[in-house]
Design a protein around this ligand. Structure first.
Ligand code: OOG
Ligand code: NI
Length: 463
């Protein structure tokens, strides 16, 4: 057997997300307040719901329930994106999915770096929603050239981070000491810099073109712009935020409250205005910048393409009735329209499964474990006989409409900008230096493998 002293990629990812959490709490105190609130609501929810507690004890690590599940960064160049891919790979995080946000008025396209296997997700599911700025969507060619020139000069990775990433790639891993150094070095890329690398005037011009362009171009690195712990009751945290002095965004993104949660529900507090200074010759000029916030998420079942099609249609329908405004003035009407549209989405696991809308993991029941069958049978009849049970597979990815809502609510309440829809996955993958994984294939694979293992266990091997 091969022996080595490498730390597992999962352990490095865990150390990294823990270090990031500490750094972000220190940098953004309001985020610490949100974390405390989430922890309290999670504890109360578990106390009030014995069944939920029992289920989570069996399937999740209860002591880590309120930990961060994701964060987000925005990168400026293809070189930054491809290096980021190599860095995340050391932590067992791979690009899954392609999200075009141009249609929603945000000049970026994105992927989520995340662990993929079941065991890795269970160990630590931390993901980073990673966007690449699309300068090709800036109409003003002079401004575009200026932005490009600034981005070309900056180095967002420390030499140590680059060197250790290379070492991990060459040798197949990092030992404990190197892994610790790697985490510390990589953390530097995500740190906040309160000194802009441009003048106030250029900041303003980039900001006027789009706030996001200023956020990406004007600073030394792609500061982590939010972290997102998991909540067991998103509606309650949303309602309680103002009591704790934090201003929530107008509405919760994603599906409405349901018996059987589907996909992903998210909300955040609005980005804070923070003091920064701009370069004026040899001096610094005081100003402010708004980019960083805190978010919460609650996940449900992963949907099949058919289920996702239905979800997209119902969401679209509800938004035709009421489009949520940033100031929250029509939030109640929006929630009502959403709930009404989603009445058409089945709300029991059995119906969702029978209609082929969601992915499930199949396993043997007590009775099934004691049984051997003479030949293979289809899974539905095995369920009907009580030999096999099914549980929802959790959605591990993101939703473009929701992501756009999170972006928008944190870019100020001003008028939304329109861009021509221009998804360009091919370009994104060329810049990334790899293809992104297809999320549907991933869930389908987990479902199939679970069915196969039930059938194998029930049917004695041919001698
Ligand atoms: C990313 C927004 C998207 C989510 O949870 O959908 C996102 C950003 O603001 O950079 O994180
Ligand atoms: Ni997020």
């Amino acid at each position: 057997m091969k022996e080595n002293s490498f730390l597992s990629a999962d352990d490095i990812r865990s150390a990294f997300s823990a270090a990031m959490s500490i750094m972000y709490r220190e940098e953004v105190p309001a985020y610490g307040t949100l974390m405390d609130l989430v922890e309290r609501v999670n504890a109360e929810t578990l106390c009030a719901d014995a069944q939920l507690k029992e289920r989570l004890t069996a399937t999740d690590s209860l002591e880590r329930i309120s930990e961060e599940r994701h964060g987000a960064i925005r990168l400026g160049t293809p070189a930054e994106l491809s290096m980021m891919r190599r860095v995340f790979a050391v932590m067992g995080m791979y690009p899954v999915g392609y999200y075009d946000l141009s249609t929603a008025g945000v000049p970026v396209h994105s992927t989520a770096f995340r662990p993929v296997g079941e065991a890795s997700l269970k160990r630590n599911p931390f993901r980073v929603f990673t966007s690449l700025l699309r300068l090709d969507l800036i109409a003003d060619v002079t401004l575009r050239a200026e932005a490009e020139a600034i981005l070309k000069e900056r180095r967002i990775f420390t030499e140590g981070a680059v060197e250790l990433t290379g070492r991990a790639e060459r040798t197949g891993g990092l030992d404990k000491a190197d892994a610790e150094r790697f985490v510390a070095e990589v953390l530097e890329t995500f740190r906040w810099h309160d000194r802009a690398n441009v003048s106030a005037d250029l900041y303003k011009r980039l900001h006027d073109a789009h706030r996001l362009i200023a956020d990406v171009v004007c600073f030394k690195g792609p500061h982590i712009n939010h972290l997102t712990p998991r909540t067991l009751d998103i509606d309650r945290v949303q309602a309680l935020m103002p009591d704790h002095g934090i201003a929530p965004k107008a509405v919760v993104e994603g599906p409405p409250t349901r018996q059987c949660p589907i996909l992903l529900r998210q909300t955040s507090f609005k980005a804070l205005e923070e003091a920064v200074s701009f370069r004026e010759g040899d001096c610094w000029k005081a100003g402010s910048h708004t980019a960083r916030f805190g978010e919460i998420e609650q996940r449900g079942i992963a949907l099949t393409p058919k289920g996702r099609g239905l979800y997209d249609r119902l969401l679209d329908e509800s938004r035709k009735v009421v489009r949520p405004t940033a100031d929250g003035s029509n939030a109640r009407q929006y929630e009502a329209a959403l709930a009404e549209a989603f009445a058409a989405f089945p709300d029991s696991w059995a119906e969702i499964r029978e209609a082929g809308l969601g992915y499930f993991s199949y396993s043997l029941t007590e009775k099934g474990r004691r049984m051997k069958l003479p030949g293979r049978r289809d899974i539905d009849s095995l369920i009907a006989e009580g030999l096999v049970r099914f549980d929802p597979i959790v959605y591990e990815d993101f939703l473009p409409v929701s992501a756009a809502g999170i972006f928008q609510s944190n870019l100020g309440d001003g008028a939304q900008q329109e861009f021509v829809a221009s998804p360009n996955q091919q370009r994104f993958e060329a810049d990334l230096g790899a293809a992104v994984l297809n999320e549907f294939e991933h869930y389908d694979g987990i479902e199939r493998a679970s069915i196969e293992s039930c059938l194998e266990a029930l049917t004695p091997a041919i001698a």
